[in-house]
Ligand binder design. Sequence first.
Ligand code: EPZ
Length: 434
Amino acid sequence: MDVMRIEGGNPLRGSIPISGSKNAALPALAATLLTEEPCILENVPDLSDIRFMGKILHYLGAEVEQTEATTWKITAANVAPRAPYELVRKMRASVCLMGPLAGRLKRSEVSLPGGCVIGPRPIDMHLKGFAGLGMGINIENGYVQLEASRARGNHIFLGGRHGSTVTGTANVLMAAVLTPGKTLIECAACEPEIVDLCYMLKTMGADIEGIGSPILIVRGVDKLHGCTFKILPDRIEAGTYLIAGAMAAEKLTLQNMRVADQAALIDKLREAEVSIEIDSPTCITVRKSSSPLRPVDVVTHPHPGFPTDLQAQMSSLLSVTPGLSIVTEKVFPNRFMHVPELQRMGADIAIEGPNAIIKGKTSLSGAPVMASDLRASAALILAGLVAEGVTWVLRIYHLDRGYDDIEGKLKAVGAIMNRLPESEMPKELNPQAA
Ligand code: EPZ
């Protein structure tokens, strides 16, 4: 396994291009199952999760071609309805195969995903949506079997204990577009990735109204046709680098992003008195403030609230913002795997239920730390950029799931960081060394 070695303290200066969105590309790849015609997806990020979804589609029988670095061509002319545990368990997002398979083939058999470090990942709301469409649901041997030959449009409420569900909305939407009748999905997720999926489905011939609102109205059609569709920029990648800039930049410009997707983060960073200039709808410049930032309170919510996927990265920033900040995680209440690792770097954070109480310090110290999930890993990279001394981040395969060339992009703007084989890490520093 590789590790990332980071020398802290070097200011960032230059520009970073933002890649396509992982969380838009994954449901978009699943949506190609809804037609037998070729679908071309552009601006697809180069990530292990994306390659893995391509592998699953190929397993199902689709022709999968990466025609360019960021362009994929998928032709799902003859696909089978079954996605096995040994594939699904490796990537939770593969649950969003259930909807398109059941919509197109009128039956599907997809393994239950299992949990992950950010918490149990139930799919009760997905199943509630499928049941609302009149599908037969059987859970046997860890598989969800859907029978959709008698599925009909219906009024479905998709709100749960933590509000809306992103992949749940995607799943039910992708089933409904080929389900006869009118479906109304209430408390639908409004994330930009869902908006992107709606627009992709419309280019394929789907009939969807209310796009971007919590109420989606879908009128089922008999068939969908192929499409060429460009994936939107990754707002979480962009937000991660915005926070990096607030922590360590002399002047950092982010390009090819979508500023309109960053309202909650920009609002919170400006409250902390971070210097942010909006250069254009696709470009932002951020600078580390010469005076200490102000501590702020952050509460995560479904979009348009503050994204849970930026909570860990924001906690790194607040760890070096003198004063008391409180971060409340309302979407995944246990999403604090980054905290023990930040504490190893000297952060003063106490967890009280869904709250991280952060007493910001003037500095952190470099240390060997362990990545645990995608966004916690990013938080450790950000902390390493500003820590005194060297930080070693282990298990950085988590990073590769969701950040396209993070070390290349950060090194290009001055970060002193290298991806190394774990064997090159000093044995006395490696907690995993025998
Ligand atoms: C999507 O996950 C994202 N993943 C996550 O990003 C993101 O953190 C999450 O949405 C919230 O924004 C993808 O899009 C591939 P949810 P998803 O269903 O859809 C509960 C990353 O780092 N819930 O919106 O799985 C659930 O436990 C990843 O890129 C139910 O109770 O999240 C959570 O508390 C991590 N029952 C809340 O709802 C259900 O049936 C929101 O989950 C479904 C969800």
